[in-house]
Design a protein around this ligand. Structure first.
Ligand code: SF4
Length: 434
């Protein structure tokens, strides 16, 4: 029985109990949200060392870090270091998007060495294997090879898989008719469109969606319905192809739910600030409240080198409007494979966005951290501030590097004229005066 089927029967599973405890909520509330599809437990039955992750309505906004090799940079140790750094920085999930080197080995090592939720895009490896191992063109990959690639990832214990099921002939036609600057920027989406065009065929992951559901069910993995037509620039945001794909994803969500499979929906992409809230509302409406997993969104296209910031701006608004899961973007986005440092900063920036959103959403305990930080600041309690900081090591390092004002307990910004110090002294004088 899957988590969704159990929830519908009123059963609170061990995974639900465990995830509810982490969230600090009543397991019955989590069960009821899983039953209605507005929350999921992301955990593959074969991920033995993995901790079940709850994502969705009323829960803390989660953060994912994408890592993985490419053809040009296939160092497994570097990717493992990125996985460790991402987890240490507070990532709730890691997606391994490796396309270079020993892909199976990299995925197995990441799963072995971490306990966080793991996601992947099996199509990437199916396509790479078709070319590098089987010596065929990517477009000659068969439907069976795509499904076998998915099974391989599920057998390894991947908790959620991105599948671009909404890339259909009808969606491609709409994109072509309306016209776009960037066309398809999703890697999986572009593979699929190219395959469909070459073979003059429908996307197997759409046409054989029931086969996909049957394949996923024994693992109880989550389907992350990918947005192959996510806008790759803000001028393409909220256009016909994007929304048409979302309508299809809404239909597939209902079919997956009917089969007892948990679903989340992936979203844009590049979206101007004034369209983010609308995008969240459309997703929630068209996909019947299924959890929304957004990449960014990036609110401008002109900040290469700073896209962790454009992501944090968009991610904040998205989370505040109801997005449930944020995928980080690093400073290296659009430029190169991220470094270990990029991964660290990307996760912190994304957690910042998630937390700021959680304050607005009223997620349990979110505002309490800010109140605790305010009290530590007022009391010039530096250790308390470091302990509460999103990046304690950086906060501690910056203070130490500036030379600490031991005499006044303040910092080098105002020293003896520290406003907190002045106010605290005023309080003391008032207390002394009775
Ligand atoms: S010295 Fe100024 S900047 Fe530093 S803690 Fe006091 S008020 Fe804040």
């Amino acid at each position: 029985m899957t988590q969704l089927e159990a929830a519908r029967q009123g059963i609170i599973t061990d995974k639900m109990r465990q995830a509810a405890e982490v969230e600090g909520i009543d397991p019955e509330i989590l069960r009821s949200r899983i039953a209605e599809g507005t929350a999921i437990i992301c955990h593959n039955n074969l991920h033995k060392n993995g901790i079940p992750l709850a994502v969705g309505k009323g829960l803390r906004t989660k953060v994912n870090a994408n890592i993985g090799t490419s053809k040009d940079d296939k160092n497994i140790d570097k990717e493992l270091e990125k996985a460790r750094v991402a987890v240490a920085a507070g990532a709730d999930a890691i997606m391994d998007l490796s396309t270079g080197g020993p892909i199976d080995e990299i995925r197995a090592a990441i799963i072995r060495e971490t306990t966080v939720c793991i996601g992947s895009v099996p199509l990437y490896q199916a396509a790479v294997d078709t070319v590098t191992r089987k010596g065929k063109a990517m477009v000659d990959m068969t439907a069976d090879e795509i499904f076998d690639g998915i099974r391989k990832h599920l057998d390894d214990g991947v908790d959620f898989i991105t599948v671009h099921c909404g890339v259909t002939r009808a969606t491609v036609e709409r994109m072509d008719r309306e016209g776009r600057i960037m066309e398809v920027v999703s890697r999986g989406g572009s593979f699929t469109v190219e395959w469909m065009t070459h073979n003059n065929a429908e996307n197997p992951l759409y046409e054989e969606f029931d086969r996909l559901l049957e394949l996923v069910k024994p693992y109880d993995a989550t389907l992350s319905l990918g947005d192959g037509f996510r806008p790759g620039c803000i001028a393409d945001a909220t256009d016909r192809a994007q929304i048409f794909e979302l309508i299809i994803l809404g239909e597939l969500t209902q079919r997956a739910w009917a089969a007892g499979i948990q679903v989340m929906i992936e979203g844009p992409g590049h979206v101007p600030l004034n369209q983010i809230e609308t995008n969240i509302q459309l997703q929630k409406r068209l996909c019947h409240g299924a959890p929304f997993y957004v990449l960014g969104p990036l609110v401008t296209d002109i900040a290469p080198g700073y896209d962790h910031i454009t992501c944090a701006i968009g991610g904040t608004l998205a989370a505040a409007a109801g997005a449930d899961f944020l995928c980080y973007v690093t400073a290296s986005e659009h430029l190169r494979l991220p470094t270990v440092e990029d991964v660290h900063e990307g996760v912190i920036a994304c957690r910042l966005a998630a937390h700021a959103g959680d304050i607005v959403k009223g997620v349990k305990g979110a505002i309490d951290k800010d109140i605790a930080m305010a009290k530590c600041r007022k009391n010039l309690d530096w250790e308390g501030q470091f302990a509460l900081a999103l990046d304690p090591a950086k906060a501690r390092r910056l203070r130490a590097e500036s030379g600490v004002d031991e005499e006044h307990g303040a910092c080098t910004m105002c020293g003896e004229f520290c406003a907190y110090k002045v106010m605290n002294e005023r309080k003391e004088k008032q207390a002394d005066a009775g």
